[in-house]
Design a protein around this ligand. Structure first.
Ligand code: C2E
Ligand code: MG
Ligand code: MG
Length: 464
């Protein structure tokens, strides 16, 4: 062969190999060589087109525990454990069934054999058994827990996205119930998805349509009985559905990132309101505003600028702003969180840990991330009167926060007995229906006037 041609051919081969490698890396997982999410979607589409849809079943599997192996034994050990689990799955899911790795610890099997849901459940049970045997690697013996969600293609799951969504909904349900659970997709889950989609569609224009409202719930000093500030709580005044509580739309707003502009609005509006009140009534001097910050919002690149701008625009001193964050924020990018905390606290902005006790509550996080206060979740205050364990937990949290030089707020005080207990235990601040409910802005000045009829007068915390 002519030399130049040879080089050229060689070049072509190289290029084809490179292309092939590129194609593979775009479609297959590099560690397990299993199809990845992109390829898997296409394969489902293909199968659905070929097979009468009733015969197609999707099993979605989430492994748990690899993270711990990774932290304790390192990345290589985690890979070995993962590969052992995959080899067990490969033995069970044989062609023409397709096994894919669709996420870090998430796998899916597309089955065309099982004619019905019962058969799919049996298949899942076999997988469950296979995975429950310990995985041995050197000194290490690991049992990975897992959850499974199953969806069977039907009338309302015509395409790959539907089927994936259904299996995901079933998996989410399984995970919410506990470890090693299998759940079959049910129509109610479908309705739940539909409802969330509707909420999301409605939410899109809600900010421009000015449908959000802030309610303000007083925070009370338990030593003096004075109102020291308010927590801003968002509500959605829906044109057809009336006033909607945040529990119904915050998580949808987080998924769609609508929480970012919404959170910005809450911050601006709350601070604007505080500055109005402060300008009009002496009683508001020095009062603080607490604003809830979603982890999604906190992760945004411009979070600090948003806070700075809101403070500058309203002229509120930074120390009058409290940002309420949940423990999940600390779990994310630790480096960045640390940096942001330092910058915010450097400005004087206060940070409060919201819903304390319900999340991860790791002591090492508390040591690493300095915050100003801690809010004991309502779950521990509810029923405190007759529950020694809750009492012990509340005491522990109080001494913990004392040791970390943080103040403590008891959330959700609903009865006089609960109030007396937390006062006796030395908790500094309280919030709850027994003290005052979340209240529209227009009614706050009257509430404060009644609370402190003469400026400086203190009352004990038994009002309302
Ligand atoms: P949170 O920050 O823990 O707020 C306290 C919640 O407890 C509020 O519910 C409040 O109305 C309720 N609450 C206060 N006292 C009592 C009581 O004595 N008994 C009972 N049963 N409940 C009490 P709400 O307003 O429905 O808000 C729920 C959650 O939604 C908030 O929990 C917060 O996590 C989130 N949220 C509210 N507004 C915003 C916001 O502007 N941005 C973000 N990201 N989240 C928000
Ligand atoms: Mg809060
Ligand atoms: Mg809370």
């Amino acid at each position: 062969m002519d030399g130049a041609l040879h080089v050229w051919m060689h070049d072509i081969n190289d290029r084809q190999e490179a292309l092939e490698a590129l194609r593979r890396s775009a479609l297959f997982d590099s560690l397990t060589s299993l199809p990845n999410l992109t390829l898997f979607r296409d394969l489902i589409t293909e199968r659905l087109a070929r097979t009468p849809s009733e015969g197609v079943t999707l099993i979605m599997l989430q492994l748990d525990g690899l993270q711990i192996v990774n932290t304790s034994f390192g990345r290589d050990a985690a890979d070995v454990v993962l590969m052992s689990a995959v080899s067990r799955l490969r033995d069970l899911v044989r062609p023409p069934a397709i096994l894919a790795r669709i996420g870090n610890q998430r796998f899916a099997a597309l089955l065309t054999d099982p004619p019905d849901e019962l058969a799919a459940m049996r298949e899942a049970e076999t997988i469950r058994k296979a995975l429950s045997a310990p995985i041995q690697h050197g000194e290490m013996s690991v049992v990975l827990s897992h959850c499974i969600g199953i969806a069977v293609a039907a009338e309302d799951s015509r395409d790959a996205d539907d089927l994936m969504q259904h299996a995901e909904a079933a998996l989410a349900r399984a995970r919410s119930i506990g470890k090693n659970r299998t759940e079959l997709f049910a129509r109610e889950m479908h309705l739940e998805i539909r409802r969330r989609l509707e909420v999301e569609a409605d939410l899109r224009g809600a900010l421009e349509r000015r449908e959000f409202r802030l309610y303000y719930q007083p925070l009370v000093s338990l030593a003096s009985g004075e109102v020291v500030g308010f927590e801003a709580l968002v509500r959605w005044q829906h044109p057809a559905r009336g006033l909607i509580a945040p529990g119904e739309f915050i998580s949808v707003a987080e998924e769609s990132e609508l929480i970012v502009p919404l959170g910005r609005w809450v911050l601006n509006e709350g601070l604007r309101q505080l500055s109005c009140w402060s300008a009009e009534h002496d009683a508001f001097a020095g009062m603080r505003l607490s604003v809830n910050v979603s982890p999604v919002q906190f992760a945004g690149d411009d979070f600090l600028e948003v806070v700075d701008a809101a403070l500058a625009q309203t002229g509120i001193e930074p120390r009058r702003l409290v940002l309420e964050l949940t423990e999940s924020v600390l779990m994310r990018d630790a480096e960045r969180t640390h940096e942001l905390f330092t910058k915010l606290r450097g400005r004087g902005v206060r940070l409060a840990m919201d819903d304390f006790g319900t999340g991860y509550s790791s002591l090492s996080y508390m040591q690493r991330f300095t915050m100003d206060s801690l809010k004991i979740d309502r779950a521990f205050i509810d029923g405190l009167e007759g529950d020694r364990q809750k009492l012990a937990i509340v005491k522990t949290i109080l001494s913990l926060s004392d040791n970390f030089e943080m103040t403590t707020t008891a959330e959700g005080i609903e009865t006089r007995d609960q109030l007396e207990i937390v006062v006796d235990l030395g908790c500094q601040f309280g919030q709850g229906y027994f003290l005052a409910r979340p209240t529209p802005a227009s009614e706050i000045p009257t509430l404060i006037q009644r609370w402190h009829p003469e400026k400086g007068r203190t009352t004990t915390g038994t009002q309302r």
